[in-house]
Design a protein around this ligand. Sequence first.
Ligand code: FBP
Length: 280
Amino acid sequence: MGAGEDREECVVMALDSCSGIGKRVRLSRILKDGKGVVFAFDHGFEHGPSDFAPERSNPRKVVELAVESGVDALMLTRGVAQATADIWAGRVPVIVKLTGKTSLRPPDMQMQQYRIGFVEDAVAMGADGVAATVYWGAPGEDAMAEEFAAIVSESERFGLPVMILAYPRGPSIIERHDEYIVKYASRASVEIGADIIKTHYTGSTESFRRVVESVPVPVLMSGGAKTEDPKEFLRTVKSVMDAGGAGVVVGRNVFQSQDFVGTARAILEVVHKGADPERL
Ligand code: FBP
């Protein structure tokens, strides 16, 4: 890099807004080397008790295991973040999930997420990011996108990065994992201001690479239901990383595994060190 370019970089940095700097600082805590394994743990709200084995029904136990395994960040609802703060504070960055829906609702109303938390409360508890879901293609897409836009705008004031759970879902979405559909959902997510995208794997390294390359923000794969063979999940994670993905946001494939810590550490090895799943 020449002296001229150095100067240009300095000028850009000098003009950066405080919140722009804040976003950069916090993002670098979540994705330390540009990659990350975020432990998703909002299932108690989204899915209910059926997701948890009896020994994992207490959220404190699960958060303890996640912190012990060394995941890069936790995605929690406000209440669980508060109830476990003594475990994660100062050790692992937290992303507060600000929208949700319970599975107790009538099925046709489950395609709508609503607000369950606020940016200011996330800031107050020292969170490094916030997250919200938009079901792209759902009948309630307009309300969810409007809510997301409000979250982006509030987060902007505090320099908090916003992760979107970009989930294509609705009567016109035949295949949620289709490349075109995932690409469209990712692009729409960028258009409304997402800093990080969490979305579905598209089935191959090539197709996921085209998704990753179509947006100017980090793309992480959403975990999904637990695979029978843990290696199968690790192979998918490897494919995501080979495609240029920034990592994974994973819940069930870790907390429903017998070997919680071992599984989380294997995922970390693949994401950060490019480990070969067959050798883990
Ligand atoms: P998983 O890795 O367990 O799929 O977690 C990711 C996640 O987005 C959670 O944050 C959320 O609770 C869940 O999946 C929603 O799953 P779905 O809407 O498919 O039931």
